[in-house]
Design a protein around this ligand. Structure first.
Ligand code: C2E
Ligand code: MG
Ligand code: MG
Ligand code: MG
Length: 286
């Protein structure tokens, strides 16, 4: 209860808003400590090549193991991390973990790549291209094996600096993927203006390609358009064998989704992806 400037102690307060603010503040404090407390983990989800019928890489997805709330999904804490600026430190942690894993694979002769999600808030100063280059040299992995996933909005917000960041990153050899393609302001002129390496078609368009002819036409059109821009397409949210068959028929080269594997802890990745050849065989027309 606070005194107003008139000396009265009357104040109207919405208890639910107060609760929300308190919860948020607590979560923010917890998030601030999470890196040092070792509460973050990178999960990996396989990405497969439908033309080679093989596992080719994985997307790294961040998980926060909260001491009281359990596993907090990224959609709940990434926005908070972005608002508070904590995303920069978190992003560097993600990069370090992904880089170490790539170095291990490359020393073992495994030609797998990783892609990490980069928030718009990290571009350009939270993730300088020179830092990426140094990190690849320090940890010992090839830039070509680490892709950066950005969303369309990133490049529209601060045109000039985002463009220079993109050019520097790509000319250093790091591939860039456009994530959640189709959900934002995607347009043909956008793809002409910003050179990227791959499009990831959002899972909301893939989900119903088996039943919804509009969605099927949309994914087919994106795939055809991408081909004419010499871009590869990754379909997200591939959940069953029918999805795989339809995507292959459309000429979509890469797929990722629960059909192949959910995101799993790094340590379990090889165990889970051992099933992929068999899952792929089940989608081949007999
Ligand atoms: P995203 O980058 O589009 O990642 C794909 C999301 O789809 C993941 O959710 C994944 O678990 C989910 N997914 C994969 N396959 C399927 C499927 O077959 N069906 C369905 N329904 N969902 C599927 P997740 O892990 O909860 O991540 C949500 C979002 O959080 C990510 O979307 C990404 O935008 C963000 N995120 C995750 N990790 C990071 C990170 O390290 N940094 C940043 N900046 N953002 C991250
Ligand atoms: Mg992504
Ligand atoms: Mg996505
Ligand atoms: Mg996303």
């Amino acid at each position: 209860e606070a005194k107003s400037s008139h000396g009265s102690s009357i104040r109207f307060f919405d208890p639910t808003l107060a609760e929300i603010a308190k919860h948020r503040q607590r979560l923010e404090n917890d998030l601030r400590r999470a890196i040092r407390a070792g509460q973050f983990a990178l999960f990996l989800q396989p990405i497969v090549d439908l033309t080679q019928n093989a596992l080719v890489g994985a997307e790294a997805l961040l998980r926060w193991q909260h001491p009281e709330h359990g596993l907090v999904p990224p959609d709940e804490f990434i926005p908070l991390a972005e608002e508070t600026g904590l995303i920069n430190d978190i992003g560097l942690w993600v990069l370090e973990e992904a880089g170490k894993q790539l170095a291990v694979w490359q020393q073992a002769g495994l030609p797998l790549y990783l892609s990490v999600n980069v928030s718009g808030r990290q571009i350009p100063d939270g993730l300088p291209p020179s830092l990426l280059v140094d990190q690849a040299a320090r940890l010992g992995f090839s830039p070509a094996s680490l892709a950066l996933e950005i969303t369309e909005g990133v490049l529209l917000s601060d045109f000039g600096s985002a463009q220079s960041w993109l050019d520097a990153v790509r000319s250093s050899g790091f591939p860039v993927y456009l994530d959640d393609f189709g959900t934002g302001y995607s347009s043909l002129s956008y793809l002409k203006r910003f050179a990227v390496d791959r499009l990831k078609v959002d899972k909301s368009f893939v989900r119903d390609i088996g039943t919804n002819l509009g969605d099927r036409a949309l994914v087919a059109a994106v795939t055809a358009m991408a081909r004419s821009f010499h871009l590869d397409v990754v379909a997200e949210g591939v959940e069953d064998a029918d999805h795989v068959r339809l995507l292959r028929h459309m000429g979509c080269r890469y797929a990722q989704g629960y059909y192949f594997s959910r995101p799993v802890p790094m340590e379990s990745f090889h165990e889970f992806s051992a099933r992929i050849p068999e899952l792929l065989r089940a989608t081949l027309d007999s």
